[in-house]
Design a protein around this ligand. Structure first.
Ligand code: PGA
Length: 248
């Protein structure tokens, strides 16, 4: 079964009511290919607005993060049920900015992922190594460790998309080369085959993230294990549409 091309847009902590409407307007005004699944993640405050203004059937809305528990005394957190209440259907978990700045552990990320799935959200689970880890030659060990925390407690990966985002490539303008991304994606898939089984590993989509833009997206076109992208900075601009169309 061919894996459907997937493009995620992570707005991070950017935007206002006006700019979120404008960015979604770029998508609304475009002739998006029906075969590409698109998911955009505005800041949580604008999830409801994004759901309201989006007119594209192939575009779904995601939170950037959720908590691993339901309603209760958890000041400042948001739960999957609230994300769903606003009409969003996805969440990111484990983005490197949360792992490094907010110090989220592999276990916490895995617990959030499991809880979000149980609550009916689909999840973009982000993994990836830092520059130091890459230099030390432990890229795959790091990715495996981050994935294993999740596969230990989650057996059904149908509603998970994995995003491989090397930390050194995020927001730096220094994207991984298509060959490097392919090599790592292939190794990630091979590792997943040993933990979640060959069938699920063959079906799970693995996105590349880190300085993807309207120009370089096309260069990944023939990379068999690169099933799409998770885009930060460029998802705020009209060129996001070029990335969505990069496989045509
Ligand atoms: P970038 O971010 O495209 O701005 O490098 C990617 C991400 O963090 O998801």
């Amino acid at each position: 079964m061919a894996r459907q091309f997937f493009v995620g847009g992570n707005f991070k902590m950017n935007g206002t009511k006006e700019s979120v409407k404008k960015i979604i307007g770029y998508l609304n005004d475009s002739d998006l290919p029906a075969q590409v699944e698109v998911v955009i993640a505005p800041p949580a405050l604008y999830l409801g607005l994004a759901v309201e203004v989006n007119t594209q059937k192939t575009v779904a809305i995601a939170a950037q993060n959720v908590f691993d528990k339901d309603a209760g005394a958890f000041t400042g957190e948001i739960c999957p049920a609230q994300v769903k209440d606003l009409g969003a259907t996805w969440t990111l978990t484990g983005h490197s900015e949360r792992r490094t700045i907010i110090k989220e552990s592999d276990e916490f990320v895995a617990n959030k992922t499991k809880f979000a799935l149980e609550q009916g959200l689909s999840v973009i689970l982000c993994i990836g190594e830092t520059l130091e880890e890459r230099k030390a030659g432990i890229t795959l060990d790091v990715c495996a460790r981050q994935l294993d925390a999740a596969s230990k407690i989650i057996s059904d990966w149908t509603n998970i998309v994995v995003a491989y985002e090397p930390v050194w490539a995020i927001g730096t303008g220094l994207a991984a080369t298509p060959d490097d991304a392919q090599e790592t994606h292939k190794a990630i898939r091979a590792h997943l085959a040993t933990t979640i089984g060959e069938k699920q590993a063959a079906e799970v989509r693995i996105l590349y993230g880190g300085s993807v833009n309207g120009k370089n997206a096309k260069e990944f076109k023939d990379k068999a294990d690169v099933d799409g992208f998770l885009v930060g900075g460029a998802s705020l601009k009209p060129e996001f549409v070029d990335i969505i169309k990069s496989r045509l």
